[in-house]
Ligand binder design. Structure first.
Ligand code: SF4
Length: 692
């Protein structure tokens, strides 16, 4: 049998951002085995349980295999099968009807985590249609790091794990469980093997703590105070990079005066991290060069995310770790088409003025719509009504804060079309549901537009079921119906050729190479300065007044004030076996993690009469859910860590798959939001628990 298997090299996707190079064994148009590629650019042979289980999605009996139209009430779970032509025409008619009546901007386009090129094809569709409103969860993932980077140092500082660092500061990044956009944990493990030291900053004692020199068990939601405490120590003890600071930073004296109040003792009271540990870690980061900060997206999970990301970039800068080998760098793209031309930004010059986010004074350069403002527009018509929604690769019923608000908002839309692999709680709220192909079933390019300086080839390995279309194909055909046809290709593969054209490669030639990366050059600022108004790293923002931004990073409070009614602090974590709300239907993965777990310290559990495996209720001011108790000292006795993204594919469609029962976002709210990004509090929320 082994001789009959044809091995095809491609890259993983859709199980997360993707990135691992894989060998996929195919027999009779069926994937029979998947293994990591020892020469993979990011993974060097590594593959996670999701990657191994990924073929099970393709042949799963519950997979969507033909377009559906709702017949009952919205969310009632009643459907009829329709043809692709009917599905596209009905979607186009509804979107055009809304455009005519309310204007193009009243149609929003929704995206989940980027998987491949379709992400940018959808933005192109929105631009051509004339809607500035592309809704994504960037408020809690990626945008604060990238956009704050653009304002502070002119680029998005990514961790250079490809070159040797002396120290890795793993800040809120449980990378061996979740991996990260452009950073697979095997890269970090290789660095440790080669002698790099590790410091872990995390409220949970994650696996990598055993390999670390220090672990700072920070109170959830206080990372900004901790980073300011580090800056205080480094400046007070004169450990900063004087040469870099003098030549390449703006506002150092202001920062120096400003951080005086953030002594380790004061910061310790806020963060629960002992003062000496703050001192020692700050010093270690300052004297280890190059040192790199691998920052995870939990630093974007509360209303203070702008201050947290600003403080961390200031920390990188004053220690001279920006844009150096083994530090936090500006990745350069290979010779490929730019993002702006690809999405045809030129055809929508007034986009910024028309975006809903702009009305709410979100930070300039944030080009997606925060979900909180999207739902406000639907429910309150502010600043104008949103009536239609087309979404793909997304499950907002689970992923947006305050899930009940999402449900209410969806009930109030005139029209919803959802493209997905499976019927999810969100797809079940659709009027039209479109079945899509997985990345193993079409040619694609990975990591385009993500700021990591490389793209990955993802050639098709098997044919999709007849009626499952790649998202790119759906968008290409829908585009011809709702926007001028001349901007679309005969076949969606034209988008792949567009991206590659400047490189001179065809898609097949690109597949031969496997990946393309930009030049590895550093310290570009020595020639051209930093791409900020002052040409320097702006420790103090020179544009603060103009853009109404706080000039210096500060600690402006806990995400929520402490309250005796909700005495515990709630955080959450993602699992190695799932991606956000996905893949609970895959047996192999579900067997590993059958239930949503609440991590509770044994002392806290005993106070509440809770034993291992007991069902528990977790409650906040905003709602309550049930989880299964897991007693563990990886969390502080004052902290409860719940599981993110839970719903139950085995439940009934008419119950929307028990979307409320264990869904973390029943515990969150959009009452308080970050001014810059519209980010709600997902971590550091007051809670209480009891046995169910
Ligand atoms: S780490 Fe991500 S890219 Fe790698 S195999 Fe797992 S899901 Fe795929």
């Amino acid at each position: 049998m082994a001789q009959d298997i044809r091995w095809i090299k491609t890259h993983c996707a859709r199980m997360d951002h993707g990135g691992c190079s894989l060998f996929v064994g195919v027999k009779d148009n069926r994937i029979v085995k998947v293994k990591g590629d020892p020469d993979g650019y990011l993974n060097k042979g590594y593959i996670c349980p999701k990657g191994l289980a990924s073929p099970d999605r393709l042949t799963h009996p519950d997979r969507l295999t033909h377009p559906l139209k709702r017949t009952g009430k919205r969310g009632e779970g009643k459907w009829t099968r329709i043809s692709w032509q009917e599905a596209l025409e009905e979607t186009a008619e509804n979107l055009n009807r809304i455009k005519e009546k309310y204007g193009a901007r009243s149609v929003a386009f929704g995206l989940g985590m980027p998987k491949g090129l379709e992400h940018f094809v959808l933005i192109r569709l929105a631009n051509l249609f004339g809607s500035p409103n592309v809704v994504t969860s960037q408020d809690v993932c990626h945008a604060p790091r990238e956009i704050t980077g653009l304002h502070t140092c002119g680029f998005y500082p990514v961790a250079d794990l490809h070159h040797k660092s002396k120290l890795i500061l793993l800040w809120a990044s449980n990378i061996t469980s979740t991996n990260e956009e452009g950073e697979i944990s095997s890269m970090l493990l290789k660095q440790l093997k080669d002698g790099a030291e590790l410091v872990v900053i995390d409220p949970r004692k994650i696996d990598l703590v055993t390999k670390s020199k220090k672990w700072l068990q920070v109170r959830p939601g206080t990372d900004h105070a901790l980073a300011l405490g580090f800056i205080n120590v480094i400046i007070e003890e004169s450990l900063y990079d004087k040469n870099f600071v003098e030549k390449w930073t703006y506002g150092f004296e202001d920062l120096k005066n400003h951080v005086r109040e953030y002594t380790p003792e004061k910061v310790s009271e806020i963060t629960w991290v002992p003062p000496d540990l703050i001192r020692e870690t700050a010093k270690l980061y300052a004297i280890s060069k190059p040192a790199v900060i691998q920052w995870g997206n939990p630093i974007e999970h509360n209303i203070h995310t702008f201050h947290i990301t600003r403080a961390l970039i200031c920390l990188m800068a004053i220690c001279g770790n920006l844009d150096i080998t083994g530090g936090n760098v500006q990745a350069k793209n290979p010779k490929i088409m730019g993002l702006g031309p690809f999405v045809r930004a030129d055809l929508f010059p007034n986009k910024w003025k028309e975006m809903i986010g702009t009305y709410h004074h979100t930070i300039p350069r944030l080009m997606t719509l925060p979900p909180a403002f999207f739902r406000k527009a639907i429910l309150e018509g502010v600043p104008y009504p949103v009536k239609g929604f087309y979404a793909m690769c997304a499950n907002p019923m689970l992923s947006y804060a305050d899930s009940r608000q999402t449900y209410e908002a969806f009930l109030n839309l005139d029209f919803i079309a959802i493209a997905d692999l499976f019927m999810t709680p969100t797809a079940a709220m659709g009027d039209i549901v479109l079945p899509v192909a997985t990345q193993f079933e079409f040619n694609d390019i990975g990591h385009f537009g993500l700021g990591h300086g490389f793209i990955l080839a993802r050639p098709k390995v098997v044919e999709p079921p007849e009626e499952c279309w790649p998202d790119m194909k759906i968008l290409n055909e829908l585009g011809k119906l709702i926007t001028p046809a001349e901007y679309w290709h005969d076949d969606y593969s034209g988008f792949l050729e567009d991206v590659l054209k400047p490189s001179g490669l065809t898609f097949d030639q690109f597949v031969e190479k496997g990946y393309l990366k930009g030049p590895e050059t550093y310290k570009g600022y020595e020639e051209k300065g930093f791409r900020t108004p002052t040409g320097k790293v702006e420790l103090k923002l020179s544009t603060a007044e103009k853009f109404k931004l706080p000039p210096l990073p500060e600690f402006d409070g806990l995400p929520e004030e402490d309250s005796p009614e909700y005495p515990l602090v709630l955080t959450s974590s993602k699992s190695l076996y799932f991606l956000h709300s996905s893949y609970r239907w895959i047996k192999k993965l579900r067997e590993k993690r059958p239930d949503p777990k609440a991590e509770i310290h044994p002392e806290t559990a005993s106070k509440h009469g809770i034993k291992e495996g007991d069902p528990v209720v977790i409650e906040t001011r905003y709602g309550k859910i049930t989880h299964i108790a897991h007693l563990t000292d990886i969390v502080d006795p004052r902290v409860i860590s719940a599981s993110h993204g839970w719903w139950f594919p085995e439940a009934k469609a008419e119950s929307l798959f028990d979307w409320e029962k264990s869904n973390f976002n029943m515990l969150t709210s959009t009452e308080k939001l970050s001014k810059q990004f519209g980010t709600p509090n997902l971590k550091g929320i007051g809670c209480r628990i009891r046995r169910n």
